[in-house]
Write a protein that binds this ligand. Structure first.
Ligand SMILES: Cc1cc2nc3c(=O)[nH]c(=O)nc-3n(C[C@H](O)[C@H](O)[C@H](O)COP(=O)(O)O)c2cc1C
Length: 208
């Protein structure tokens, strides 16, 4: 009987292990593994308003995005960083009511754009049917580096596709040759997120 109880406790602890991993804060000393970043990075919709992030830290974060690959090394991603309280509030107000409420405590809001007509283009014309989709592709890759680096630095993020691009363009004086993509909230989580369900691997992969 005693042996059965011990086995049940061990089995229970083993089942909880993945969740223990996801709630563990990463150490910001460069020793965190990529797998740990993957599992602890989550979309955070509740931020600790008492914590701030410096411009220097945001510079370190954005420097990591410069390591991302891009079409012919065109490096067309651009970032507009709201870091003063007024600008953060104004940028947040461009993300829709629900997003704005969810990121209310985030001290930094970053607008991600890309320069059109370069990535996926050669001699002024689209190289193939994807056109400026390659600029969006590069921008998403760049954003992926951003959110993972953020996690390594102990920060949390929310990528927001619901945003008012025209208002953001005016707010940050974003030129017409750039496409406004995601708005990314940056801060510290105030609550642990729900774990999203992921499809079975065989639903998204086919081997030939
Ligand atoms: C391009 C893009 C747009 C998104 N837009 C929003 C958004 O406007 N609001 C929001 O709460 N989450 C948004 N998300 C977050 C997704 O809902 C989230 O990544 C997904 O549910 C998986 O959860 P996880 O990020 O915790 O793994 C967006 C994610 C991406 C990649």
């Amino acid at each position: 009987m005693k042996k059965k109880i011990i086995l049940a406790v061990i089995a229970g602890a083993a089942m909880l292990l993945p969740f223990a991993c996801t709630t563990q804060a990463p150490v910001a000393d460069g020793t965190v593994s990529l797998d740990e970043l993957y599992t602890t990075r989550r979309s955070i919709r509740s931020y600790d308003a008492s914590k701030t992030i410096s411009e220097e830290e945001v510079r370190t974060l954005l420097a990591a995005t410069q390591q991302a690959p891009s079409w012919a090394n065109t490096q067309t991603s651009r970032y507009y960083v709201a870091i003063t309280p007024d600008k953060v509030a104004a940028a947040r107000a461009c993300t829709g009511d629900r997003n704005a409420q969810n990121v209310a405590g985030a001290p930094v809001i970053i607008v991600s754009t890309f320069v059109k007509g370069q990535s996926g283009f050669g001699r002024g014309a689209a190289v193939n049917e994807i056109g400026d989709g390659w600029g969006a592709y590069d921008n998403g890759l760049s954003n992926a580096y951003l959110v993972l680096k953020a996690r390594e630095m102990g920060f949390d993020t929310l990528i927001m596709g619901f945003r008012e691009s025209d208002r953001l363009r005016t707010l940050f004086a974003i030129p017409d040759n750039e496409e406004v993509m995601a708005v990314i909230a940056l801060g510290y989580r105030a609550a642990e997120p729900n774990q999203p369900k992921h499809k079975a691997l065989d639903e998204i992969v086919k081997f030939f």
